[in-house]
Design a protein around this ligand. Structure first.
Ligand code: FAD
Length: 342
């Protein structure tokens, strides 16, 4: 999904200001782009949500590290990939949002290893590997995110996850310090990465086995066919909304709770895959988040299982704010309606 062009004011920045000043004036100078009040909705699959207070597109990793080391410590920094697992709340994201673009998207091959920048699409990594005769990475073609997002989520599909193929990763922390770590040091688990929350991944090395490009290409085609048959892949969605609880499949619990097709405002629980939420075209982030919380409430009522969000929610309300606890959210008003069930 291509991102809509951002309409934002681009301003020069100057260091040495105080916390009361506009954020942009407190940020260090960069070689990349700093944009004020930059729309983020077009950078996410859901296509909802408010702007970044400041959006930073670094020119390269030195630019990023230099910025982080000089950025005042009280300024929140959030990194995003291509927003395929992201719900940006309607009030936008305070602080600096970092988006890693082309300079971070390189992919190179050495033997049966592939080194990819954090901004590279998983699909690109699978394709480059396939063309080089490296098999075992085909599953990445079914995940519509970047390598940075795959590292943070330990993304997986078709029985494999990033942890199975990861050799090492590079990251920069909030102070601008570079870290190079072996895969085992990342504490990867099911949709979980144990790396410090302030790490911005810069890239990864993944490895496969020798294979035949034609056979790898056929497997990638098969994965695309299977996904198109089971997931709303062309919709405004965020992929699986909730992680599978131990011993359960989230979609089965959601189905049993009668939530398939449920509608709230412009948001709907997908008929095709009921662990996916959809923006039908007019949804706000609050519609989507409230619908998700209603699904959690109904699943808890029917099965006693508390679903946990897999989709990352960032930014501030209106709607359900960041302060919501681990339990069931507030009531969602009277606008719920059941959609058609198959
Ligand atoms: C149709 C559809 C199908 C999907 N199918 C699957 C699937 O089969 N398997 C699966 O695992 N996921 C799936 N997803 C979810 C999503 O594609 C993955 O979670 C993906 O890894 C997210 O990558 P992203 O670049 O879009 O990250 P974003 O959505 O932009 O961000 C997700 C999280 O990663 C963090 N992040 C992003 N980049 C970096 C970085 N450089 N450094 C540190 N943190 C970073 C963000 O801060 C955020 O917390 C699907 C999504 C959609 C829309």
């Amino acid at each position: 999904m291509s991102a809509a062009p951002a309409m934002a004011m681009v301003l020069p920045s100057s260091p040495g200001q105080s916390p009361g000043d506009p954020l942009i004036s407190r940020l260090p100078p960069v070689r990349g782009r700093l944009s004020v009040d930059a729309p983020l909705a077009g950078m996410t699959w859901f296509r909802v949500g408010g702007p970044a207070e400041v959006l930073f597109r670094p020119a390269d990793r030195e630019d990023l590290a230099g910025f982080l080391s000089a950025c005042p410590a009280d300024v929140p920094v959030t990194v995003i990939g291509v927003g395929s697992n992201l719900l940006v709340r309607d009030g936008g994201v305070p602080g600096v949002v970092v988006r890693l673009g082309g300079p971070f998207a390189g992919v190179t091959v050495a033997g049966t290893e592939v080194a990819a920048g954090a901004g590279a699409l998983d699909l690109t990594v699978a394709m480059v590997a396939g063309q080089a005769g490296i098999s075992g990475l085909e599953f990445l073609s079914g995940i519509p995110g970047t390598i940075g997002g795959a590292l943070r989520m330990n993304a997986g599909a078709f029985g494999r996850e990033l942890a199975d193929v990861l050799v090492s990763a590079e990251a920069v922390d909030r102070a601008g310090v570079l870290h190079r770590v072996a895969a085992a040091q990342l504490g990867l688990g099911y949709r979980h990465c144990g790396a410090p929350a302030d790490w911005l991944f810069l890239g990864a090395v993944v490895s496969g086995q020798p294979g035949t490009p034609a056979e790898i290409g056929a497997r990638i085609d098969e994965i695309a066919r299977q996904r198109a048959g089971s997931q709303p892949v062309r919709a405004r969605t965020g992929g699986s909304t909730f992680a599978n609880p131990p011993g359960h499949r989230a979609w089965e619990l959601i189905d049993r709770a009668g939530c398939r097709g449920l509608v709230l405002g412009g948001a709907q629980v997908s008929e095709k895959h009921c662990n996916f939420l959809l923006n039908l075209g007019t949804a706000t982030a609050a519609d989507l988040e409230r619908l998700g919380e209603e699904v959690r409430r109904r699943v808890y009522e029917t099965s006693g299982v508390r679903l946990e969000w897999e989709i990352r929610r960032i930014g501030v309300g209106p709607g359900i704010g960041p302060g919501i606890g681990p339990g069931i959210g507030p009531g969602v008003g009277l606008c719920l309606s059941e959609g058609e069930t198959p």
